[in-house]
Design a binder for this molecule. Structure first.
Ligand SMILES: Nc1ncnc2c1ncn2[C@@H]1O[C@H](COP(=O)(O)OP(=O)(O)O)[C@@H](O)[C@H]1O
Ligand SMILES: [Mg+2]
Length: 307
């Protein structure tokens, strides 16, 4: 068990050990969330490293990762708990069959006990949260869930507890490390925001993206990595239907390296664009003359030493 970092720089170092390059601002937000035991809401475009941060924290702190992937229609039964109706029914039948006289109240006490509860991620996380080994609870892509679902989270985010009407209050003995993410396809409600620290993860600056690529795609020659980053950074300034994230630049560098490419050329760029752009409209717009122009721009910048 790794203990929690004690400063911003040791937080950044911890994440780096897990292969995650965080800037000062993000390392500060994470440090404070850990230190003050508050949930953190990470927002940003797809592919900027929100989910990865939670995974790396769990791995480097050697904590279990409990993940709740949100989707339209997600409800309490799938997110927190559900009564095991078939087992409850079996119990009732069995007690009828044996003919033993049990009061209704006693029977209810039996079937509404923890034994008959199906535990889903939120409840699992609370139960795992004991001193020193609290898990990382990742509530991923909250913007995909329907708005009313957010109300279920308020009790957990504020008090790290969950009230089950038939059973009582289930509390974490120590707070789980709670990370919420949103791709901002809709706004997360104020009530959730108030209970969390907030951090917007932007696309990385060129310097940081180069560090990430050097770490994740060590097989790519360093000149190629520089060119890939400069090219992707220019693409992000264009008004594309889907701007490539870090995941896409990693894939592209891996693809080019796999093709033994040492420097960008029009042919290789055109034939590998599908690893970087995922919509035909975007590919059609960049392929050909636009790609050639961007390659020229990247190489001019290289000659002038401005990237
Ligand atoms: N700061 C970073 N350091 C290292 N790798 C990163 C970083 N940010 C993103 N990545 C890489 O990009 C990929 C996509 O990130 P992910 O967390 O899935 O994005 P999001 O959840 O924001 O959509 C990750 O698998 C990881 O390899
Ligand atoms: Mg994600």
């Amino acid at each position: 068990m790794t203990s929690l970092p004690t400063s911003v720089s040791s937080t950044a170092a911890l994440l780096a050990r897990g292969g995650y390059i965080a800037g000062e601002a993000l390392a500060t937000s994470v440090f404070l969330a850990l230190k003050l035991q508050r949930p953190i809401l990470l927002e940003g475009e797809a592919g900027v490293g929100k989910t990865e941060l939670a995974k790396v924290l769990a791995a480097t702190l050697q904590r279990p990762l409990v993940r709740l992937q949100c989707y339209e229609g997600l409800d309490l039964a799938a997110a927190a708990y559900e009564w095991n109706y078939s087992r409850q029914l079996l119990h009732i039948r069995a007690s009828e069959a044996t003919g033993e006289k049990q009061s209704t109240a006693a029977l209810e006490r039996d079937i509404y006990s923890a034994d008959y509860l199906l535990k889903r991620p939120l409840l699992q996380a609370l139960e795992l949260s004991v001193e020193g080994t609290a898990p990382v609870l990742l509530i991923d892509e909250l913007d995909r869930a329907d708005e009313p679902f957010e109300a279920f989270l308020l009790e957990i985010l504020a008090d790290y507890q969950l009230t089950i009407p038939e059973l009582g209050v289930i509390s974490a003995t120590t707070p789980p490390i709670t990370i919420l993410t949103s791709n901002r396809t809709r706004e997360v409600h104020d009530a959730v925001r108030r209970r969390c620290f907030y951090h917007w993860i932007d696309f990385p600056a060129a310097q940081r993206e180069r560090e990430i690529l050097m770490l994740k795609v060590p097989e790519a020659p360093s000149e190629l990595t520089r060119q890939v980053v400069a090219f992707v950074q220019s693409l992000r300034k264009m008004d594309l239907y889907k701007t490539p994230g870090i995941a896409e630049s990693i894939n592209w560098a891996q693809a080019l390296a796999a093709l033994d490419c040492v420097s960008l050329d029009a042919g290789k760029v055109d034939s590998t664009l599908g690893t970087l752009l995922k919509y035909q409209d975007d590919i059609a717009r960049i392929q050909g003359s636009e790609a050639a122009r961007l390659i020229e721009e990247v190489k001019t910048k290289a000659r002038e030493g401005t990237y």
